[in-house]
Design a binder for this molecule. Sequence first.
Ligand code: ZN
Length: 335
Amino acid sequence: MSQAWNEMNEMQPIVLRMLTNSIKKGRVAHAYIFEGDPGTGKKKTALLFAKSLFCLSPIDEVMPCETCINCRRIDSGNHPDIHVIEPDGLSIKKQQIYDLQQEFSKTAVESSKKIYLISHADKMTASAANSLLKFLEEPKSDTVALLMTEQSQRMLPTILSRCQLLSFKPLPHAVLKEKLVEEGVSVPLASLVSRLTNNFHEALELSNDEWFAQSRKIVLKLYEVLEKNPLEAMVKLQEDFNGHFKDKQQVNLALDLLLLLYKDLLSLQTGEEQGLAFPDKLASFKNTVLQSSAKRITEQMTAILEAKRKLDANMNPQLLMEQLVLNLQGGASFV
Ligand SMILES: [Zn+2]
């Protein structure tokens, strides 16, 4: 039995059913897009699907046996007819697509089938995307493309239109939060962590990470200063924040925490008190909300999203945090 298959089937029943049907009916598409949040099992599913297609003795026609040579080679990442592309640095470059095409122009090593997986397919450069498009336009009968992305709207419409889109559902926060609390994680931490990832193991790891617990405190502190004494926010930034959130990834996490905090405010603005990321701050958040408006909170969230975008484009983190603090404290709209 394939344990991985059963797990994915519990997590993403609709996706698995669609893929199963396509195999059983002999209607496997030439190209799929797996879209979903991090931790929703896109890559796991892509590898399972590849195994299903290559397995020498699939159970019930589709479930990979996990023991044949093909299943094992896919697990160890060295099946000759499967090609995996990951971003090279920040993007997927034209050369990587070119190499893929070269490789796929040869006949398959072992059978007529070939599969390629592209992780973070939205990170293709324009020229890489155009090369891929040409490739997708002339599908070979036994080639399957599996493109994975967290944001399919960032991909070329012409690519999207040639792929079958499968959406991966996030694990419900509430379910994940409960599982964490059962493991002894405090409610405030479990509430927050379950908003950051859908992956239980990742969530548990984060819950037990001292650096993360400290991050939560620092972000809350920054917010409190912004509310009570905006002039001091810049000082707070330099005192606590910059020393704790050093690299890009860490600053990105801080921005995610801030975003969740303002989302909580927006929920409270509409009278929704359930499912907050910071449930222990309910009373003080309610106070803030009385003095703000949904419009203002939305502007603040937009400013945070904009900061995330700038961070992604490699703007200096300290500089963008300073700009953000100005945008969050001032009454003026974010431009
Ligand atoms: Zn097998």
